[in-house]
Write a protein that binds this ligand. Structure first.
Ligand code: GKR
Ligand code: MG
Length: 424
């Protein structure tokens, strides 16, 4: 019987893959991005997979969870969650929110629950012969739309660890428009997001204006990652009002965002001020956001994301998804859950175009007209390529990066870079 199948083994493999010199409020991406690949094996020889953050504190808590999940049935999601929440605590020095992915140490338990939930749902799907989206109630769309996620960037990394990427420099409005053209040509995206909070707001607004002129009618978003003060955000809103579909995390804090919302007709979106149920309880009645950008990796999994979608419906909020540097396993998990959410009101974010490497069989996932078709094969619908996993693990061992540190990396380019936030 399916219920007799047990989890017999868990493997956690840290990997490193090439990442571009992408600028953000915290600094700049390092040449190597980290992830963990988790394999959960069962007594009948199946392997469920998952992808999550790869920094050292995350690896520690993932390893701590191995004995907690071993012996469970892949259907025991609630017991897995109870055990993980009882044993895994926030790191003592956890700060409420950090930009660098994987460093939400306050969310240790939710991050671990999410990781194992995805691998166990993959197993459940394989056992019953259904895609994960069917275990989530079935798909309400055949393909999940993603947006073109643009970054200001340098042409190459300071230490040139490998040949420069094909995207070139992305600083001026013309270069940003060119970056968007290339991304849309390659993937077919139908909306555009620019990661801001890097240069003077006037420059970033000029880039948005250039995008608006180059792509009339295409929905646009700007995300300064809370690097603008409330005053700057209010002033910028006057210029952005006619340009954006939503204004993402311009200024810090629930109170700041709630105040800003009174000064703009643009809906404010967030993946920074509402990242827990407690933030939701507090921030939504205050009016701190009108669009919630969920992320199953830290909210606690695919089912929690569905719950959040219902909460957004109840409160009349828009809903979409946030992303960090990731590979195809995460993209497929996002795709399954997004396909099951009726009120997915905006195209999801993905960093995927910035990644060249993959760990899954068949290589990179294909987009059709800016969307990822929802798989119909059992489980996640993707499998690990053992040889690629070994290579990316080798890169991890050699690259020397163990925790994402965009600030220190930026100081190698600009020793005086303060990293202060908000900076504008
Ligand atoms: O990868 O530089 C980045 C992003 O800035 C990322 O760290 C953010 O978490 O994409 C994210 C966002 O929407 O805030
Ligand atoms: Mg954001």
């Amino acid at each position: 019987m399916a219920r007799d199948i047990r989890i017999t083994r868990v493997d956690i493999t840290p990997i490193a893959f090439r990442d571009g010199p992408l600028l953000n409020a915290a600094g700049i991406h390092e040449p190597w991005a980290l992830r963990s690949i988790v394999q959960v094996e069962t007594s009948d020889g199946r392997v469920g997979i998952s992808e999550t953050y790869g920094d050292e504190p995350m690896l520690r808590v993932l390893r701590q969870a191995v004995p907690l999940v071993t012996g469970l049935s892949p259907f025991d999601l609630n017991t897995m969650e109870q055990r993980v929440r009882a044993a895994i605590r926030p790191a003592a020095d956890a700060v409420e929110f950090e930009l660098a992915p994987g460093s939400h140490a306050a969310k240790n338990a939710s991050k671990v629950v999410s990781t194992f939930e995805v691998a166990m749902l993959d197993l459940q799907g394989q056992i019953v012969g259904a895609p994960i989206v069917d275990l989530l109630g079935g798909k309400v769309r055949d393909a999940v739309p993603y947006s073109a996620y643009l970054f200001f960037k340098y042409a190459e990394h300071i230490d040139r660890p490998y040949a420069p990427d094909a995207w070139g420099e992305g600083i001026s409005p013309e270069q940003i428009v060119e970056q968007a053209r290339r991304m849309i040509r390659l993937y077919g995206f139908r909306s555009i997001k620019l990661k801001g909070g890097v240069f003077e707001p006037a420059h970033e607004i000029a880039c948005m204006r250039a995008l608006h002129e180059a792509f009339p009618g295409l929905p646009l978003r700007l995300d300064p990652n809370a690097n603008w003060s409330l005053e700057t955000s209010i002033a910028a809103a006057r210029e952005l009002d006619e340009l954006l579909e939503y204004y993402e995390d311009p200024c810090p804090g629930l109170a700041g965002m709630a105040e800003l919302q009174k000064h703009t007709r643009l809906p404010l979106a967030t993946n920074m001020v509402i990242t827990t149920m407690e933030d939701f309880r507090k921030g939504v009645p205050m009016g701190s956001a009108r669009v919630l950008l969920s992320d199953h990796h830290y909210w606690g999994g695919l089912r929690v994301t569905q719950t959040l979608a219902r909460m957004c419906e109840l409160w009349g909020l828009g809903m979409s998804m946030h992303s960090n540097s990731h590979l195809g396993i995460s993209l497929m998990a996002m795709t399954h859950v997004a396909a099951s959410i009726p009120n997915l009101t905006y195209a999801c974010d993905t960093h995927y175009p910035w990644q060249e490497e993959e760990v899954i069989e068949g290589g990179r996932i294909r987009f059709v007209d800016g969307s990822v078709p929802v798989p119909s094969t059992p489980g996640l619908g993707v499998r690990l390529d053992a040889a690629r996993l070994a290579e990316l693990h080798e890169q991890y061992l050699r690259c020397g990066v163990r925790n994402r540190d965009d600030l220190s990396q930026m100081r190698r380019y600009q020793p005086e870079f303060s990293g202060k936030s908000p900076r504008f």
